[in-house]
Design a binder for this molecule. Sequence first.
Ligand code: GUN
Length: 281
Amino acid sequence: MTIILDGKALASKITENLKNEISQLSKKPKLAVILIGNDPASQIYVKNKNIKAQNIGFESLVISLPENSTEENILEHIYILNEDKNINGILVQLPLPEHINKQKILEAIDPIKDVDGFTSYNYGRLALGYKPYALACTPKGVMRILKEYNIEVEGKNVLIIGRSNIVGKPLSIMLQQKNATVTVAHSKTKDIKTIAKQSDIVISAIGKPKFVNKDFIKKDAIVIDVGISRTMDGICGDVDFENIKNLCSYITPVPGGVGPMTIAMLMENTFELYKYQLDLI
Ligand code: GUN
């Protein structure tokens, strides 16, 4: 029997717990999100993050900057947020406009306010096996789903499709730290299907609708879909869910799988940074 990994329900449980904890605090955690330009998907993500933050009882601030913003202008905002004692988490929504140097912008965030875990300080600590202030939200959400359903990764062959800095790369590190045997496939990988067929867990994060089909799936494999694409038929993941679900032991749906977990982890990270800053942990 196939078990559907319900990220939506788990995310609700996590955010309800956070809401309870936050209601006891007189000073609330505060998240600042910087959005640059007019990317429609980014606008929706930022709006949802802001709504969720306020629902939980956080304070939140969205700084929307025009597409033609200069690096200097964006950096000025980050420096002000770094210094502001009332701000606990800073997130710069990606992707950035082409003319902006992503490294310069992300590296300007104070690591103790780096709610995405994207600064080299936090990312480097993850890679070295030291505790970062925050872990990247999407891979952290994937790991949390696996934990919630008692899915043991030790000794398992895990294929991650996609090597992005946001998902594939940090997730490969997190899984190795839990003793999984990890393969990271990308656009130049030969014969992904054969590798997938030998994998106990397949995690796809490339944004190609229905890329992972029944030819990829070993019987009773575990399939995690991180892709979200907008198609003529609506929101669609990287996985051909309907045609493979019966082959799998566990599978995440899209929507309602990894997506809600990303936002829940962002909220959890904001609260953890707040605690670090107030010397509570
Ligand atoms: N764009 C897509 N995913 C993410 C994420 O996790 N963090 C940020 N900052 N931007 C994103």
